[in-house]
Write a protein that binds this ligand. Structure first.
Ligand code: SF4
Length: 248
């Protein structure tokens, strides 16, 4: 049975039991980082579940459900954390709802402290135009950091093939900003491997992926890309910004 929870970031502080110390977590990273570098994604998730138990979660931006599928097969009802910025395409929310309805996961939706309307009232309308870094901090980086309070380790679908910023992304890394172990089971996967896994396992995919949006973020900051264009070029197009700050 699928479960679902929605948590506003302002209500998610100090409610979880304590986990391992940063020193213990860093020790795990230094030991297991090299050990698991070439391991299959399923084995990496198995290690994380065995090591961290309920203090491990998977995050998803709902571009597709590849990582959620692998994780839910290893650990049914695993927490899958989705960050609802308030600026998502309706197709992204639909993909989240489909994952929630059809997959054996505990879908945890995180919302920023302020609604879009409250943010407009505080900082001025359309902060994504005037200060996108602050907008990302308020609607993505801080809510995710707050939501990870109850975990020692988090998994992300980040892949080295996505951007030049990610080519050295470790499979098991230390996320110093969050003080967590960051697990990237798909880090070594090529685009072709992702496509094969989707076809072979009938994985849910955000319909925008097939409509010219190979990389999907908030609607004000994502545009369609032409065939052959850098898949990430549709994100914050026309600016120097390439990352929201969650992975940098
Ligand atoms: S991607 Fe754009 S709309 Fe979304 S949080 Fe960042 S600046 Fe705001």
């Amino acid at each position: 049975m699928t479960a679902a929870t929605t948590i506003n970031a302002r209500n998610n502080r100090g409610t979880q039991t304590a986990g391992r110390s940063p020193e213990e977590l860093r020790e795990l990273v230094s030991h297991w980082g090299a050990e698991l570098e070439l391991a299959p994604a399923e084995d990496i998730i198995e290690w994380a579940v065995a090591t961290f138990g309920a203090r491990f979660c998977v995050t998803s931006s709902m571009g597709d459900a590849v990582l959620a599928d692998i994780a839910s097969k290893v650990a049914p009802q695993i927490d899958v954390v989705f960050l609802d910025t308030g600026y998502h395409f309706v197709e992204t929310i639909g993909t989240r709802d489909a994952v929630q309805a059809t997959m054996p996961v505990n879908l945890v939706t995180i919302t920023p402290v302020q609604s879009v309307g409250e943010q407009d009232a505080t900082y001025g309308k359309d902060l994504y135009r005037t200060d996108p870094d602050l907008c990302c901090k308020l609607r993505k980086v801080q809510p995710l950091a707050d939501s990870l309070d109850g975990y020692d380790a988090w998994a992300t679908g980040l892949r080295r093939a996505e951007t030049h910023n990610r080519v050295i992304a470790p499979v098991i890394g230390w996320d110093a900003k969050k003080g967590k172990v960051k697990v990237s089971p798909l880090a070594r996967w090529s685009n072709e491997q992702v496509d094969s896994y989707i076809a072979e396992h009938g994985i849910l995919v955000n319909p925008l992926v097939y409509d010219g949006y190979p990389s999907i973020g908030c609607w004000p900051c994502t545009r369609r890309v032409a065939p052959g264009e850098d898949p990430r070029s549709g994100r914050w197009a026309g600016t120097n910004k390439t990352e929201c700050g969650i992975h940098s």
